[in-house]
Design a protein around this ligand. Sequence first.
Ligand code: NAP
Length: 283
Amino acid sequence: MAKILDGKAVSAAVKERVAAEVAALGTEGVSVGLAVILVGDDSASRVYVNNKKKACEACGIRSFEYALPAETTQEELVALIEKLNADPAVNGILCQLPVPRHIDDKAVIAAIAPEKDVDAFHVANVGHIMVGDYTFLPCTPAGVMELLHSADISPEGKRCVVIGRSNIVGKPMAMLLLHENGTVTVCHSRTKDLAAICREADILVAAVGRAKFVTADMVKAGAAVIDVGMNRDENGNLCGDVDYDAVEPVAGYITPVPGGVGPMTIAMLMQNTLTAAKQQNGR
Ligand code: NAP
């Protein structure tokens, strides 16, 4: 029986910590603000944005929401970001991805001032992460590390396997495990003998985007299995990249979906926004 890495509980503790610091800053006259931009009416994005708004409320962070129509041009979006870059009440800026096809997401990310880039997607922040000298960590990989720390699981000296090499999850995830002295292998759709590589992992992170992709035969007994995936199963229910029922008896630790990495991502966003506010106010 695997121990559950409870993202709801750990994220609640992170948000409590953030809320206490935000309140303390408030007594010094410093407020903390996050601007969230949503372009178009993608229903999943709307849910994510609402959850971020609720988390801001819980932490005492002011949220500024910009819901723009799908026809918004790239120039209009960049102009809004530039306005927010210059607004001292806004400490963090996040543009919910994906944006509509006619907008280049790279241009949008590049427009955000690096010191307000609380998603840590700007190439300047990606570079800082690469050299291990960073202010912000991308929220999902940072949330995974926080979950591992919460259970005293150290990557040091361990075999770590990350399935997925996206810029948002897989690549930075590998880098954070490496920074903590894991021996890291990154797998992707062209990887040969994926199951055999996964079976070597003491820490296995799945960021594939395919329901129940990781099966019991891919998991070493006692491994920590971290499921980043957010998919819908054949009945439309939320499920991860890991076949939870089959893997749970084999693993030593496992994250549920929902209630695992998802809430951690939002908690780390709150933490990054607080960090941004402290930096911008010389704290
Ligand atoms: P992505 O950009 O689509 O990347 C998926 C990765 O999986 C790619 O690197 C791809 O390889 C690899 N892959 C696909 N099929 C594979 C296969 N058969 N064997 C091995 N590797 C395979 O996805 P993402 O943005 O990283 O997101 C991954 C999942 O995490 C999604 O379900 C997403 O919804 C979820 N997610 C959750 C959170 C959260 O807060 N919990 C945050 C972000 C994302 P190639 O590079 O070779 O194509």
